[in-house]
Design a protein around this ligand. Structure first.
Ligand code: GDP
Length: 485
């Protein structure tokens, strides 16, 4: 796979001139549309001090996927960026209240009006002047939707659990999502002001999910407080900042911007409007960006105070105007200061999306596992297990742990008691690698869930004898499963 000078320059955040100069010195007169060979790209990477991993071939189709992999910034270009935080938890446990309380107690100095427009995220300033970016879209749907598109928008997850209610189904889901995203978790035990509050119960309940508080020998920070009475908020912020310090989040502001679309809609007067989060580089007015399958020149940038800004650096959420179409939440974006290239990448992305949708229609099924193993395509089998009793859940997990399939990892991404729900299907659809199956042991989904699974092409299988389940998985791995089964 090859890229033009311009595309390559964009990927490594350098100007076209730097690259042309390099070849000019060798007596080669190129222009920005000249196609570079892999050797030339590797040679440039070497000269410019980038770690160009050749095996990750670049193309217009995998443009966004390859972005994170192809370029490593020089250490001296990196600066601290503030952490990006998402709040997740069961409905009514206080996500909205917590976001509001944090927003209202940390109005950024000089912004008397506070946060005046909801743009999917906002930044707060802590007492010591440091900043935290909060994603303002509570709810797992948005989070998992973004993850399903490969966009990891968050650095840290706050898991909120009401002290008078304890761990609930969506608490479990939130834990699964945070674990899959592989980000640090901070537990905020909310509603501690209520008479029936029992924070200790929350701590012991969460042990079951591997979230151990420090006093139990674990390393998960627990902050007790009340979103409504505004207690524990300072400690929560300090904890987030402490994690940020430990994790050392960095970005390079001196290159063209890239990031993620948080929300987007069509405004009758202003055209496509997109809230975006800059993850790296600096976005500037007049930049030409590609966002998913759309592109355009940025005419106007606004911050969360509805103020015009000329630039936005790493971890900053802003609203942009000027795209030619409405992108989707979770789309990645990058600045490509050349309209022709931007358009061709957007077109390639649109085609890729179309193909992916077609592919979905003949995606992996249990009966075809063997073929995919033989082709070396299958690296992981992801399972969601739902059963009628905790005993069955444990027994199934135990048996699965003993199964060995050459070169294939078995990931149990959720194993819990209860019927098969929409959230199981949603979780399954966020899996991006390998195949995913939902196993129901003495439990079944309702019609709505069944329909959603069909739409998402998620296979659900039912059992009432454990060895049957194991046998079938083993048989399918050996290619012995009758497709008619
Ligand atoms: P969400 O569904 O997770 O966004 O929950 P909300 O923020 O909407 O809160 C649900 C309800 O719990 C609302 O009536 C809040 O006023 C109430 N609530 C939230 N936090 C607290 C708290 O710390 N203490 C008390 N007593 N009530 C709270």
């Amino acid at each position: 796979q090859t890229l033009s000078v311009l595309e390559f320059a964009t990927q490594i955040g350098q100007s076209v001139a730097v690259i042309l100069k390099h070849f000019f010195a060798q007596g080669l007169m190129l222009n920005q549309n000249a196609i570079l060979s892999e050797e030339q790209m590797a040679e440039l990477a070497l000269e410019l001090g980038f770690d160009f991993r050749k095996e990750e071939s670049l193309s217009k189709e995998n443009f966004f996927d390859a972005l994170d992999l192809t370029v490593e910034d020089k250490p001296e270009d990196l600066v601290m960026r503030n952490p990006i935080v998402t709040i997740m938890g069961h409905v009514d446990h206080g996500k909205t209240t917590l976001l509001d309380s944090i927003k209202n107690t940390n109005v950024v100095a000089g912004e008397a009006g506070g946060i005046t427009q909801a743009i999917g995220a906002y930044r707060i300033k802590t007492e010591d002047g440091r900043r935290i970016t909060f994603i303002d879209t509570p709810g797992h749907e948005a989070f998992s939707e973004m993850r399903a598109r490969g966009a990891n928008v968050t650095d840290i997850v706050i898991l909120i659990v009401a002290a008078d209610d304890g761990v609930m189904p969506q608490t479990e889901e939130a834990i699964d999502h945070a674990k899959l995203a592989n980000v640090p978790i901070v537990v905020f035990v909310n509603k501690c002001d209520k008479p029936g509050a029992d924070p200790e119960r929350v701590k012991s309940e969460l042990m079951k999910y591997g979230l151990l508080a420090e006093e139990y020998g674990g390393d998960i920070p627990f902050v007790l407080g009340s979103a409504k009475a505004k207690t524990g908020l300072k400690e929560l912020q300090d904890t987030l900042l402490f994690i940020a310090e430990m994790q050392d989040y960095k970005a390079n502001p001196n290159k063209l911007a890239s990031g993620v679309v948080l929300e987007a809609h069509l405004d009758k007067a202003k055209g496509p409007v997109a809230s975006i989060l800059v993850k790296d580089g600096t976005l500037e007015i007049k930049d030409m960006i590609v966002a998913g399958t759309t592109y355009g020149n940025i005419k106007l940038i606004e911050n969360e105070h509805a103020k015009k800004v000329l630039k936005a650096g790493p971890s900053k959420p802003v609203v942009i105007y000027g795209l030619n179409e409405v992108p989707s939440a979770g789309d990645k974006f990058i600045v490509i200061n050349d309209e022709k290239t931007a358009r061709s990448i957007a077109e390639a992305q649109a085609e890729k999306k179309l193909n992916a949708e077609r592919q979905k229609n003949n995606s992996f099924s249990l009966a075809s596992i063997k073929k995919h193993i033989d082709d070396g395509e299958l690296k992981a089998i992801n399972l969601i297990i739902k059963a009628d009793t905790q005993g069955s859940v444990e027994a199934i997990k135990g048996s699965l742990a003993k199964i060995e399939i050459n070169g294939v990892k078995i990931n149990i991404i959720r194993a819990s008691v209860g019927g098969i729900t929409l959230s199981d299907v949603t979780l399954a659809s966020t899996v991006t690698e390998g195949i995913v199956l939902i196993y129901g042991f003495n439990v079944r989904p309702d019609a709505v869930v069944r329909k959603k699974a069909e739409e998402e092409k998620i296979e659900i299988r039912f059992y009432n004898i454990i060895y049957k389940l194991i046998e079938e998985l083993e048989a399918s791995a050996q290619g012995m499963l009758d497709p008619e089964f």
